[in-house]
Unconditional design. Sequence first.
Length: 283
Amino acid sequence: MESKSNYKEEEPEATMWSQKAWALLSTVRSQSPLIQCITNFVSMDLMANTLLSAGASPAMLHTLEELTDFTPQVHALCVNVGTLSTGWLPAMKLAAELAHKSGKPWVLDPVAAGASGFRLKACLELVELKPTVIRGNGSEIIALAKASVEPTKGVDSSHKSTDAIESAKSLAQASGAIVAVSGAVDIVTDGNRVVGAHNGVAMMTKITATGCSVTALIAAFVSVDQSHVLEATASALSVFGIAGEMGMKMANGPASLRMHLIDSLYGIDEACVLSHAKITSLS
Ligand SMILES: Nc1ncnc2c1ncn2[C@@H]1O[C@H](COP(=O)(O)OP(=O)(O)OP(=O)(O)O)[C@@H](O)[C@H]1O
Ligand SMILES: Cc1ncsc1CCO
Ligand SMILES: [Mg+2]
């Protein structure tokens, strides 16, 4: 009896979160927001296909000369520094400024932020341009919050997401962004509230650019509900994780999971989201 009454107490919050996640996925499907992605060469394919399978419309435009015309028309911008070069950084900055000025959300993925002084400085300069959301893995969020170059595993994390909660909170407070840390539990914070999304499978870390792709999915979810950025961010992470869980039932390894994850994201329905979304308050 005791466990049953506990279950009843928790149910309204769990139900609210899963309904929110489904409502946002449905809205992305019906509104098909245009998402500009300035992203690394490795991630372009998976990121564009993730957005398409979720119902959004990706556009990988990054040339400086095009941005004044194009960026104000998009519904959200995703900036990912994965294969950063001196040539691309001015375009990333201008696009961020244009998005901010035109009231469009923009999301930063600070890939390997602590790997070099050049990369860290670029990421810190981008944070100054007021991203709506920053999504990284544990090591990236810790490096960015400490503003320090550290021994790293490059684009992979050597920290658990839960090791980065305090860093995520301080980065959120300092930047004004919602900060998300991916991992076994995806952490989302506004600097005060902390929420965990508990979906996904470990095999997702064996497919390059799943983190990059979920960052773009966050941009799509936030674009359709700009007044609830934390909720939209947690919902995108949960939905992507559910697609991984569904895909894993049909996969034999990373390559087939990549395909089945995309198929599952495309096919996911209300019953699946309502029964599988696991989003909880952690504070
Ligand atoms: N141990 C895990 N169990 C379940 N899901 C996980 C686990 N680790 C990561 N994920 C999921 O895998 C996806 C990618 O997260 P990850 O932390 O690997 O990003 P990343 O390091 O930025 O990846 P990349 O740089 O390759 O894009 C996220 O959706 C996350 O929720
Ligand atoms: C492997 C890799 N190298 C730079 S970006 C990238 C994709 C995953 O972040
Ligand atoms: Mg990454």
